[in-house]
Design a protein around this ligand. Structure first.
Ligand code: ATP
Length: 228
């Protein structure tokens, strides 16, 4: 039996305003992503990787074509539905966007604040358990500014995964890290996705982490030029 894709993209095009006109940067992309797949999206600078990831995460509006996530078409979704889609996704970005005014555990608790079934104590215990899984049990009450780059990125991973998302979108998660630390961060991500069955889409230029992928997609000039 064929599995239902978690994300289905059809004939997706996207343009940015440029001067008086528009510049198309994605030209009719069609791809399916399956449950529990780890997919790396690579390609030259400017090929449209980040734009694609942002569209998939509901962070940009679909202009042309279709994106279906868990049966819901983003191009037809209301603002409220888009918020619900975004909350079901774990985002990890190069600049990890940790809040400096909150400690490590409080940062990881943030996505749980939308879950009405959890009280604050349960949310804290969940966040602490997640931080333990990424090896940060000794840093629970520290300010993010007191952590190394690799540790901050592990906090960002814990925060992205604490609400058990089915989809994790990561944009250059190892870009600011040295080779060894970058590798560790990606291996943690891989281990956690194997445990939870989440689909991971990871945009990267980092050749050292390509082997964690089940599937490698190359974008060039806004088109999928290989998918293997
Ligand atoms: N906010 C924006 N306004 C106008 N043009 C943009 C904007 N963001 C991206 N672009 C253009 O869209 C194209 C695709 O950009 P995108 O960031 O998706 O590429 P990328 O493959 O992720 O690049 P990189 O590897 O350098 O991050 C580029 O030509 C870029 O200049």
């Amino acid at each position: 039996m064929k599995k239902e894709p978690v994300i289905s993209v059809r004939d997706l095009s996207y343009s940015f305003e440029e001067g008086e006109g528009m510049k198309e940067v994605l030209h009719g992309i069609s791809i399916d992503f399956q449950p529990a797949e780890i997919v790396i999206i690579k390609g030259p600078s400017g090929s449209g990787k980040t734009t694609l990831l942002k569209l998939l995460g509901g962070l940009r509006t679909v202009q042309e074509g279709s994106i279906i996530i868990d049966g819901r078409a983003l191009e037809k979704a209301s603002k409220q539905e888009l918020v619900a889609v975004r909350r079901g996704i774990g985002f990890i970005f190069q600049a990890h966007h940790l809040l400096g005014s909150l400690n490590v555990t409080q940062n990881v608790m943030m996505p749980l604040s939308f879950d009405p079934t959890l009280n604050a104590r349960e949310a804290r215990l969940r966040a602490e358990a997640m931080l333990k899984r990424v090896g940060l049990e000794d840093h629970l009450t520290k300010a993010p500014s007191k952590l190394s780059g690799g540790q901050k990125q592990r906090v960002a991973i814990a925060r992205a995964l604490v609400h058990n998302p089915k989809i994790i979108l990561a944009d250059e998660p190892t870009a600011s890290l040295d080779g060894k630390t970058g590798r560790e961060v990606v291996e943690i991500l891989q281990k956690l996705s194997l445990e939870s069955g989440a689909t991971i889409l990871l945009v990267t230029h980092d050749p050292r982490i390509l082997d964690v992928a089940d599937r490698l997609i190359t974008l060039e000039d806004g088109l999928v030029c290989s998918d293997e």
